[in-house]
Write a protein that binds this ligand. Structure first.
Ligand code: NAD
Length: 362
C-alpha cells in the first residue's frame, strides 16, 4: 500500500524547513524502500489567502482528506495580521484540525543531552527530560458554544466563551494517553481544575473510569496551576500528561522551553484511526524567514513522529531520530541552538547532514 503524504509548507520559514523534511522523505523512499508518495503544490494559511482569499481552500481540504498523513510547516506572518479572525492564516490550521477530526495533540518535550546547556533551567533539573504532553484539540473553550460578544443594557461590552466537554470526548483522549503511556514509562498525570470547574470535575471522573481498563499504567491527577509550577520545579517527575485544550496549549509551550529551542520540537495531531497531521510546534518565524537560519530539526522529527504514529514504523522513526542525534554529536548547530565551540550551519546544511547520516544507517 502506498502512503500518501500531503506536504503543506505554509508561510515564512515553513517553505525552508519543509524543503529539508522532503529530502528526508526522498531518502526514506529511495534508500529505505518506503512506499510513499508526496502530494505537493497545495496552499494553506497566508499563501492561500493571497491566492484564493481563503486560508483553507476547498482543494487543500480535499487533498488533506484523501491523504494518509499531512506534513505541515507553519502559517502566518505580519502581512495578514490585520485581517478578520475568520480569514486569518491560523484559521487554516484550526480548520484542518476540526475538519479532519484531529482531537489528540501529542507534544513531546525531549531535552537532547547534547543541548543541555540550551535550557533556561539548571542542567540537574532538566537533564534526561523526556515528557509527552497530550492535549485535547477539538473541544473545550476554543470551540464551545455559545461564544461571542454582546452589549449590556448599560451599554457596556461583554464577551463570553464556553468550556464544555462530553464524556465521549474525554474518554477518547484518555485512551490515547493510556495507550501511549503503555509504550513509555507507564505513568499518566491528568491535569484539571476539578476543585473549581464542573467541566474538569467530569474530566477527572471519566479519567478514573477509563483507567480501569489500563491497570498496568499509574494514573495521578494534578490541578493545572500546580502542574505549571511542577513543570519548572521538577519536570522529570512526569512521563505522559493529558489535559484539555486550553490548559494543554499553555502547559505544552512551557514544557517546550525547558528544552531550550522551539526549533527542536515536533508534534502530531491524530484522529480516531491514527491518521495525523504532523508539524513543528513553532510558527513561521518571519524575523528569520528566507535567511537560511531556521532549524529544520523540529520538522524532520515530525516526519519521525509520522513514521511512528501513522505509518506504524517505529524502527524507521528511530533511524530518523538517531540521525538527528548523530548530527548534534558532530557539533553541528543552527543559530538557535548554537553555543560556543560548535559549528554553526544553515538550514540547508543541517538538512543535508541529517540526510547523509540517515543514508549511512541503511
Ligand atoms: P514563532 O514560533 O514563529 O517564532 C518565535 C521565535 O522563535 C522567533 O524569534 C523565531 O525566529 C524563533 N524560531 C521559531 N522557529 C524557529 C526555527 N525553526 N529555527 C530557529 N528559530 C525559530 O512565533 P511568533 O513569532 O509568535 O509567530 C510568528 C507567526 O507564526 C505569527 O503569524 C503566528 O501567528 C504564527 N504561528 C503559527 C504557528 C503554526 O503554524 N503552527 C504556531 C505559532 C505561531
Amino acid at each position: 500500500m502506498t502512503f500518501k503524504i500531503l506536504v503543506l509548507p505554509g508561510d515564512g520559514i515553513g517553505v525552508e524547513i519543509m524543503a529539508e523534511a522532503t529530502k528526508v522523505l526522498d531518502v526514506l523512499r529511495r534508500d529505505f524502500g518506503l512506499d510513499l508518495e508526496t502530494i505537493e503544490g497545495y496552499l494553506v494559511g497566508g499563501a492561500a489567502i493571497d491566492a484564493f482569499g481563503n486560508p483553507l481552500p476547498e482543494e487543500t481540504l480535499l487533498a488533506a482528506r484523501a491523504a494518509d498523513a499531512v506534513l505541515l510547516g507553519a502559517v502566518g506572518g505580519p502581512k495578514w495580521e490585520g485581517l478578520a479572525y475568520e480569514v486569518r492564516p491560523e484559521r487554516g490550521l484550526l480548520g484542518l484540525r476540526a475538519e479532519l477530526g484531529l482531537f489528540a495533540n501529542l507534544r513531546p518535550a525531549v531535552l537532547y543531552p547534547q543541548l543541555s546547556d540550551a535550557s533556561t533551567l539548571r542542567k540537574e533539573v532538566v537533564a534526561g527530560l523526556d515528557l509527552m504532553i497530550i492535549r485535547e484539540l477539538t473541544g473545550g473553550l476554543y470551540f464551545g458554544q455559545p461564544r461571542g460578544r454582546r452589549t449590556l443594557a448599560n451599554g457596556e461590552q461583554q464577551a463570553f466563551n464556553t468550556l464544555v466537554y462530553s464524556e465521549s470526548e474525554i474518554e477518547r483522549i484518555g485512551r490515547v494517553a493510556f495507550e501511549i503511556a503503555r509504550k513509555r514509562k507507564k505513568k499518566v498525570c491528568s491535569v484539571d481544575k476539578a476543585n473549581v470547574l464542573e467541566c474538569t470535575e467530569l474530566w477527572r471522573e471519566v479519567m478514573i473510569r477509563v483507567h480501569q481498563d489500563y491497570p498496568d499504567v499509574a494514573l495521578s491527577h494534578m490541578y493545572v496551576d500546580n502542574a505549571a509550577m511542577q513543570l519548572v520545579r521538577w519536570p522529570l517527575q512526569f512521563d505522559v500528561m493529558v489535559t484539555e485544550n486550553m490548559f494543554g496549549d499553555i502547559l505544552s509551550d512551557a514544557a517546550a522551553m525547558l528544552t531550550g529551542s522551539i526549533g527542536m520540537l515536533p508534534s502530531a495531531s491524530l484522529d480516531a484511526h491514527g491518521k495525523g497531521m504532523y508539524e513543528p510546534i513553532h510558527g513561521s518565524a518571519p524575523d528569520i524567514a528566507g535567511k537560511g537560519l531556521a532549524n529544520p530539526i523540529a520538522t524532520i522529527l515530525s516526519v519521525a513522529m509520522m513514521l511512528r504514529y501513522t505509518l506504524n514504523m517505529p524502527a524507521m522513526a528511530e533511524h530518523v531520530e538517531k540521525s538527528v542525534e548523530s548530527v548534534l554529536d558532530a557539533d553541528l548547530r543552527t543559530r538557535d541552538i548554537y553555543t560556543e565551540n560548535h559549528r554553526q550551519v544553515s538550514t540547508g546544511e543541517m538538512g543535508d547532514a541529517i540526510v547523509t547520516a540517515l543514508r549511512s544507517r541503511k
